[in-house]
Ligand binder design. Structure first.
Ligand code: CUA
Length: 353
């Protein structure tokens, strides 16, 4: 552990058993953790000392020693109610703020797809570059990982980034972060997933943006997920029904992603990742208003990776949100606390149906 390299004033730096802090969230998570540790330590010591002190100070001195009964101590009771309340509210507010920050990916984040499979991690970058048990990232760029599993529950864990999320079959989980340090960091699976669980891991390699570009350019270059998705859209004949301007038997998918969709039972859902996935695998579950439920299920015909590719394509024709995630290496603003509304909630976009 090269903790001593980091010269920040965070108190956690003096604790030698913490991993490096290599993402925008690491320092604050450590501070919160340290705060909880310190608080726990303080009260453990205070209560322990008080027990001993009272046991000695108020010990029974004679056989017939019966203390005066005490009734009511309003000030004391208020104090022991209000002080813990304030402390727990600090923990709550601090934790909630951090939680919302971590679960609200910035819109311009570079989106990388991760698929877990017994027992490896596959990654695909927006430009099409693939890798297994490794993840190359550019320094100082906000990264969003959209993750799913092909078999059982795994968990994507990068200790140096202080980030971890379960990766669940049939669902998309998301984490985002901004790497703040060049280097190689360990990647683990943090959910017991079978025989080789302990070997399911690898390295996260954070590179200077120019080096990342060079890395993207080298090696076996493949189609971008968006291009592959566009191709699948034709080979699976999706395009014969989902035509432009609602000319087909299915609704058009142009300008749909991230927007609210009205269903045949008059409810409204947002066309997010989960909805698109469900509509591919179980099309009858949520039928768009005005259409007959004639779409066949693609269960078993498409892999999780192919669904992600279709998703990338549907996003790319979906609207304005995806402009920034096309993999361009634009300079990114550095303030990590800038809050963006979360992607699946189209605030103020209700006018487009
Ligand atoms: Cu995958 Cu443990």
């Amino acid at each position: 552990m090269t903790v001593e390299m980091e010269m920040t004033l965070s108190p956690i730096m003096f604790i030698p058993f913490m991993p490096e802090q290599a993402s925008n969230f690491a320092q604050e998570i450590d501070l919160l953790y340290f705060f909880l540790l310190a608080l726990t330590f303080f009260f453990t010591v205070a209560i322990g000392v008080a027990i001993f002190y009272f046991a000695i100070r108020y010990r029974r001195r004679r056989e017939d020693d019966i203390p005066e009964p005490i009734e009511g101590a309003l000030k004391l009771e208020i104090a022991w109610t209000v002080i813990p309340l304030l402390i727990s509210m600090v923990i709550f507010a601090w934790g909630a703020r951090l939680y919302f920050q971590m679960y609200t990916p910035p819109r311009e984040a570079l989106e990388i797809f991760i698929t877990g499979k017994q027992w490896m991690w596959r990654a695909q970058h927006p430009d099409g570059q693939r890798e297994i048990n490794q993840l190359h990232l550019p320094l100082g760029r906000r990264i969003k990982l959209t993750m799913t599993s092909e078999d059982v529950i795994h968990s994507y864990y990068i200790p140096a980034f202080r980030t971890k999320a379960d990766v669940i079959p049939g669902r998309y989980s998301m984490i985002w972060f901004e790497p703040t340090k060049v280097g190689t960091f360990r990647l683990f699976c943090a959910e017991y997933c079978g025989t080789n669980h302990s070997k399911m891991g690898g390295d996260v390699v954070v590179m200077e943006p120019a080096d990342y570009q060079a890395w993207l350019g080298g090696g076996s270059r493949e189609e971008s997920p968006t291009a592959a998705g566009a191709k699948l859209f034709t080979t699976l004949a999706c395009n014969t029904c989902h035509m432009e301007e609602n000319r087909g038997r299915g609704p058009t998918l142009v300008g749909v992603f991230g927007k609210p969709v009205t269903l045949d039972n008059e409810t409204t859902v947002t066309a997010n990742e989960a909805y698109v996935r469900e509509s591919i695998l179980t099309p009858q579950a949520k039928v768009v208003k005005g259409y007959t439920p004639i779409m066949p299920s693609f269960q078993g015909q498409v892999s999780e990776e192919q669904i992600l590719q279709l998703m990338a394509y549907i996003k790319s024709i979906g609207g304005k949100q995806e402009e920034a995630s096309a993999g361009t290496q634009a300079a990114q603003p550095q303030q990590p606390s800038a809050q963006q509304p979360s992607q699946p909630k189209p605030a103020g976009e209700k006018q487009e149906q």
